[in-house]
Design a protein around this ligand. Sequence first.
Ligand code: HC0
Ligand code: SF4
Length: 567
Amino acid sequence: KNTVLIDGQVVEINGEKNILELTRKIGIEIPTFCYHSELSLYGACRMCVVEVEGRGIMASCSTPPTPGMKILTNSPRVQRVRRTVLELLLANHDRECTTCDRNGSCKLQDLANRFGVKKIRFGERDVKLPLDRSSRSLVRDPNKCILCGDCVRMCAEVQGIGVLDFVGRGSKTVVAPAFKKNLAEVECVNCGQCGAVCPTGAIVVKDETDRAWAAINDPTKTVVVQVAPAVRVALGEEFGLPPGEIVTGKIVAALKRLGFDKVFDTSIAADLTVIEETNEFIKRLGSGERLPQFTSCCPGWVKFAEHNGADFLKNLSSCRSPQQMFGSLVKKYWAKDLGKKPEEIFVVSIMPCTAKKYEAALPHFTTEGVADVDLVLTTQELARMIREAGLVFDRLDVESFDTPFGFTTGAGVIFGATGGVAEAVLRAAHEFVTGQPIEQINFEAVRGFADRKEATVELDGQEIKVAVVHGLGNAKKLLAEIREGKADYHLIEVMACPGGCIGGAGQPIASDRETKRQRAKGIYNADKLSQIRKAQDNPMVAKFYERWLKEPNSSAAHEALHTTYTN
Ligand code: HC0
Ligand code: SF4
């Protein structure tokens, strides 16, 4: 029969690839460091050991179950090995838990706790390796690395980049960029996915909450904040709420309590992006030039394209991302309404994304020499500020965004999930070409987590082929196919992170698929709840055109909302 015995319990094998999956099926949580269902098998951390009768101690992640196996998951031998593995890791690990950004979300800490490690029999490593703070987005602390290789495989396999590797030999081995360079010196795109899978604090988001407090406490600054779409379905997780719960109103309330002068929604700038990008797309369709058009709102993807897709740079939409469109409008136009200079307004973004920190610092995103977005904080950092201020998130009364950048449509919110940008553009394209609104505005074909999603839609008699990819490895494959003449799309959405922005590395730590699924569900629920679901119907955006931008793709719009790329 196709069964095994796990701790005396008969368990059927049903296509499980390894013993670990089988034990999880029956509710036994075997500890792991290097096992991720989305990454290849490595089997190096030895944390997931089990005892198999007649074969001894084995790594459960890399041992396939065979009928008749007798498996013990918690025998004295297993317990001993596990504890020794943990102690060895701890001996080699910086133990400054109290000052670590991952205090509370560290697997090593959690397991040491869970397995009751009270004493470490091995001495602490005495040499301190230098920290790598070169990246705009991340901090790498090799002293906290346990050599599980999760980041290496994430960067190479899922993102198709491969700038991290094991460097050195034996006890001197570290994970680092090649030739022990700094992150900022290699072709890292700041996606942060390496840090999102890191079980400890060896790669973390660069914490810039100090700069936010300083701005808030500076009486000469008007401090405004914009909130990205994906933040509203994930921040709650930091405070015990389920993933996908829409907490927009509480976020607004929290930001007001923290002392921000105005609280705005990035989604309104996403609506503006839809209008600019769709008009650009229709023009290209007319001329047949620079197709396929790629979306350009994801800074990880844009940097990747600048490194690896020089031949495709002309195909990127020239639209700045919503984050940057927002900052530009605030500093260029809204500041004047207030009678203020660009430097008197401090623009903060709350983003699910680590690459947004890099994007905001790019030298061309400025007005009169002043950055359009002064500071980007991730969802994680906002949670930290809320905790620091002692706000009980769950008990906050909801509030609504301020005007004029507070009126949102469903189209601007679905940007937060993979496929959302493409869908929002499709909701507009038909209407812009024919003058008639489309009836069916849900484009299910571009939703969900398949590696590549495709849709064919009819646009005034012409067949338009749309592709959506997420995870840069999938983008890389698609670029290769286009180069070989095997793919002929008109419009392509690329998001660097698996799942899109909801899976950004600045979100609460959770790299499992189910959490992302729930967040995506929350995004589409927010869309369903919106009275207005098409970007072109946003009355505030219409006002921006009337007062500031004149027409889509006008020279004023180009000046404020578009950009160019370099390799
Ligand atoms: Fe995204 Fe965005 S949707 S990239 O995923 O386009 O970060 O949430 O804010 O800018 O709107 C991230 C999320 C944004 C931008 C928007 C886009
Ligand atoms: Fe690789 Fe992204 Fe990490 Fe950079 S941030 S090292 S590109 S996974």
